[in-house]
Ligand binder design. Structure first.
Ligand SMILES: C[S@@+](CC[C@H](N)C(=O)[O-])C[C@H]1O[C@@H](n2cnc3c(N)ncnc32)[C@H](O)[C@@H]1O
Length: 210
């Protein structure tokens, strides 16, 4: 194992998770839904608090691993989470309830985020997480730019498309979408991008004022 791989593995095993997160992660894997990794979950938990995010929007609820992470330390934060699959959302409702998250802090919306996001209030969210179909990433991103407030951020876990983005031979739709987004935001005067190699890559995009 290379030094980089050892670092990565250590970082993935390092953070502790709550019992509710451990249960949700297990359920997610049993159902074949890929949850955010432990280190990314820890980053999300910290980001919500660091950025003082009160309003968070998530695309791709799954069964709630990322949602629980986002809300972990932020007791006043509300989460709007959009999920296409009714079964996933049903499981997520149970996961949030079992974790003791009050219903008043949650707005779980069933539907295709590409149709739901245009109905959300412009500039109303402090933090937006995009964790659904990578092929649709550019569409989600355009909508996210509209709903995140200036100074707020958009977070994209899985930005390496399972490690394929850095491989020039990889040309599948998901990889191309991630590459296109990375190129787009690198050139944008309206965004400060940060790409971290944690998990399968986390792209954090701060929407600049003006
Ligand atoms: C990678 S999983 C999300 C995992 C979750 N964020 C977590 O960490 O627990 C992606 C989810 O996005 C959902 N999804 C796919 N396309 C979607 C769309 N267009 N709108 C909303 N949800 C979508 C899938 O059904 C799946 O549950």
């Amino acid at each position: 194992m290379s030094k980089l791989e050892r670092n990565w593995q250590y970082a993935e095993q390092y953070p502790g998770e709550t019992d509710a997160l451990v249960r949700a992660r297990r359920l997610s894997l049993e159902l074949g839904i890929e949850p955010v990794s432990r280190s990314i979950g820890a980053q999300l938990s910290a980001m919500t608090v660091l950025s003082r995010a009160r309003t968070v929007c998530e695309v791709g609820t799954g069964v709630g691993v990322s949602g629980l992470s986002l809300l972990r330390y932020a007791t006043d934060t509300t989460l709007t989470s959009i999920e296409l699959e009714p079964e996933h959302l049903r499981e997520a409702r149970t996961v949030f309830a079992d974790a003791g998250i009050p219903a008043s802090r949650l707005r779980l919306i069933e539907g295709d985020a590409r149709h739901v996001m245009p109905r959300l209030n412009l500039g109303a969210y402090d933090l937006v997480l995009l964790d659904a179909e990578p092929e649709q990433l550019l569409e989600f991103f355009e909508q996210a730019l509209g709903i995140v407030r200036p100074g707020g951020c958009i977070i994209v876990p899985g930005a390496f498309a399972h490690g394929r983005v850095p491989d020039p031979a990889a040309r599948d739709a998901a990889t191309l979408a991630c590459r296109d987004l990375l190129a787009l935001v690198a050139e944008s005067p309206a965004i400060a991008p940060v790409l971290s190699p944690a998990g399968d890559g986390v792209l954090t995009l701060v929407r600049l004022d003006g």
